[in-house]
Design a protein around this ligand. Structure first.
Ligand code: RTP
Ligand code: MG
Length: 140
């Protein structure tokens, strides 16, 4: 099966606790390869744009404020069935419901401060990768 790509964010709760390496190790151990990575501090406009699909949700403003509360690490991950593989290692949105061994169960603080984002489809992965990376910044 050919390698595919997904988009990941190590969220501010994780960078604040110096867990960039711990999260990345769990992604790599799950069979994903980091083919692009950069640490950024999103502007409010960037975060609102990235999460535009959620703008009618009650948690939208809190989510945007959280995502700009500190630096994040945006990454492109490559591997077999990358979108689903990443969702599996991330675990459920609410860490209380996540399976043992997943990033959110082991590392996340709350349903909002849940340490990682991962694309939910290949279509959205392509959109999200293009939101943060130029093609030449991705080295497969
Ligand atoms: P993500 O997009 O970050 O990978 O997470 P997800 O698919 O598991 O969750 P989604 O429903 O897309 O929600 C996006 C992010 O919003 C925050 N959230 N807060 N307070 C709340 O009830 C609530 N629900 C969601 C989380 O940070 C979630 O990852
Ligand atoms: Mg989502």
């Amino acid at each position: 099966m050919a390698a595919t790509r997904t988009f990941s964010i190590i969220k501010p709760d994780a960078t604040r606790r110096n867990l960039t390496g711990a999260v990345t190790k769990m992604l790599e151990d799950a069979g994903l390869r980091v083919v692009a990575s950069k640490r950024i501090h999103m502007t409010r406009e960037q975060a609102e744009g990235f999460y535009a699909v959620h703008k009618e949700r009650p948690f939208f403003n809190d989510l945007v404020s959280f995502m700009i509360s500190g630096p994040v690490v945006v990454q492109v991950l490559e591997g077999e069935n990358a979108v689903q593989r990443n969702r599996d290692i991330m675990g459920a949105t609410n860490p209380a419901n996540a399976e043992p061994g997943t990033i959110r169960k082991e590392l996340a603080e709350s349903i909002e401060a849940n340490s990682v984002h991962g694309s939910d489809s290949e279509e959205n992965a392509a959109i999200e990768i293009a939101f943060f990376f130029k093609p030449e910044e991705i080295v497969g």
